[in-house]
Design a protein around this ligand. Structure first.
Ligand SMILES: *[C@@H]1O[C@H](CO)[C@@H](O)[C@H](O)[C@H]1NC(C)=O
Ligand SMILES: *[C@@H]1O[C@H](CO)[C@@H](O)[C@H](O)[C@H]1NC(C)=O
Ligand SMILES: *[C@@H]1O[C@H](CO)[C@@H](O)[C@H](O)[C@H]1NC(C)=O
Ligand SMILES: *[C@@H]1O[C@H](CO)[C@@H](O)[C@H](O)[C@H]1NC(C)=O
Ligand SMILES: *[C@@H]1O[C@H](CO)[C@@H](O)[C@H](O)[C@H]1NC(C)=O
Ligand SMILES: *[C@@H]1O[C@H](CO)[C@@H](O)[C@H](O)[C@H]1NC(C)=O
Ligand SMILES: *[C@@H]1O[C@H](CO)[C@@H](O)[C@H](O)[C@H]1NC(C)=O
Length: 350
């Protein structure tokens, strides 16, 4: 009697807590292995200023609140820095810090750590890009994560193991930040700093028009991976436009058409990549996630129902002082003002 009611009580308790529990917003995803969930990654997540070089319209906190669970960050050392202390000298910049400098990586990760603390059922992926191929050490990233209070959350997947834990397992263990770095780390001393191309491949990222996506379900990086069938993959789905000023050419994200790029076009490429690779993309990497139906498409690929009855924070008035769609005149003024800065930035680069 005693033991059976104890068992019953335990069962009720377990069922009750399972019913309430959601993993990355959906109870159905709790039992799905990390590598089988489709996650939206914001391309250059930090580049969210009112600038024609911006890739996103809202702050990283707003992105996370809206359901973004993957951040692509560029680690850059400003040219006037000596890189004596990674905590202050590694910045989030758009290739050159004279073009767009979002401050120290430490500051952004500190914000991310406090969001994770307040949101205990969320698994986050951070992908580091090293656009200038700086010879960073693993210890540099360890120092930043430590300063930001993120090291308690980092997950280590053993090298060569392509069987990933479920979202629930990651959440229960408290190790719910998965970190990849594309190149330039020593990949030896810090176990959680996963060399991206041992686990993940990427489709081409330099696409200039919608038709380019139709031939973009191919492996771009790394070159000839040895076991592509057991890797996860990033489907890059954003467009660059080229602004030509005399013999200068500047690559700019395409905010004006992101509502088209992030709608049917995104779903079409995901389906094409599924045909090519035998599974949906693990990561959908986009610009301006708030335009189009990015998150509802990701939900559809995950077989869950996206509730889009509430507006994205990014699109609600005054969310970030940086609304989703700018009027043509706002865009023109901002483009003309910033063109000068871009021009200056490029000039400084030359
Ligand atoms: C480097 O340059 C930036 C402006 O681009 C300036 O804010 C910063 O103080 C400079 N840092 C050093 C160490 O001179
Ligand atoms: C691979 O990782 C999974 C998840 O962490 C673990 O359950 C499994 O035991 C690992 N397999 C090997 C061969 O290490
Ligand atoms: C689209 O872009 C690709 C390169 O990404 C280029 O080869 C092609 O000519 C472009 N097509 C059109 C119609 O502009
Ligand atoms: C631009 O092109 C002209 C003519 O081809 C050349 O003389 C000049 O050096 C170029 N300027 C730059 C900044 O490349
Ligand atoms: C996309 O946004 C532009 C404004 O940037 C608007 O003119 C156009 O109607 C939108 N298209 C769709 C399909 O929503
Ligand atoms: C909202 O969800 C419905 C049904 O999934 C979908 O058709 C629609 O495109 C979505 N809208 C947005 C803005 O995500
Ligand atoms: C969704 O369903 C498809 C088709 O049955 C399957 O391949 C995929 O693994 C499912 N995704 C998730 C996250 O369960």
């Amino acid at each position: 009697m005693f033991s059976s009611s104890l068992i019953l009580g335990t069962l009720v308790f377990a069922t009750g807590s399972l019913a309430q529990q959601a993993c990355n917003g959906y109870a159905q995803l709790c039992s799905v292995p990390y590598n089988q969930v489709t996650t939206v990654v914001t391309h250059n997540s930090y580049a969210n200023f009112a600038s024609p070089a911006a890739n996103q319209a809202c702050s990283i906190t707003t992105q996370l609140d809206d359901g973004i669970r993957g951040l692509k960050l560029s680690a850059v050392v400003p040219t006037n820095s000596t890189m004596s202390n990674p905590v202050t000298d590694i910045h989030l910049c758009h290739t050159s810090c004279s073009l767009l400098d979002a401050g120290t990586a430490t500051d952004t990760l500190t914000t991310v750590a406090s969001w994770l603390k307040a949101n205990p059922n969320e698994v986050l992926t951070i992908m580091w890009n090293n656009p200038n191929n700086v010879a960073f050490q693993d210890s540099d990233f360890n120092a930043i994560y430590q300063a930001a209070g993120l090291t308690d959350y980092v997950y280590t997947q053993p090298t060569g193991n392509n069987t990933w834990p479920t979202l629930q397992q990651l959440i229960s263990s408290g190790k719910r930040v998965v970190t990849f770095a594309d190149l330039g780390t020593d990949s030896s001393s810090v176990s959680w700093l996963l060399p991206e191309f041992n686990y993940v491949f990427e489709t081409p990222y330099d696409n200039r028009n919608e038709s380019a996506f139709s031939s973009a379900c191919v492996i771009d990086r790394p070159v000839n991976p040895s076991s592509p069938n057991s890797m996860m993959y990033v489907m890059n789905h954003f467009l660059y436009g080229t602004l030509t000023l005399g013999n200068l050419s500047v690559e700019l994200p395409q905010k004006g058409t992101a509502n088209i790029t992030n709608a049917q076009s995104l779903l079409t490429q995901a389906n094409a990549c599924r045909s090519a690779f035998g599974r949906y993309p693990t990561f959908l990497e986009v610009d301006f996630y708030n335009l189009g139906n990015t998150l509802s498409i990701a939900a559809q690929l995950n077989n869950v129902t996206y509730s889009n009855s509430t507006q994205l924070k990014c699109n609600s008035a005054g969310s970030n002082g940086n609304s989703g769609q700018s009027s043509a005149s706002e865009l023109l003024v901002s483009t003309l003002t910033n063109l000068f800065l871009v021009f200056l930035g490029v000039y400084l680069l030359l």
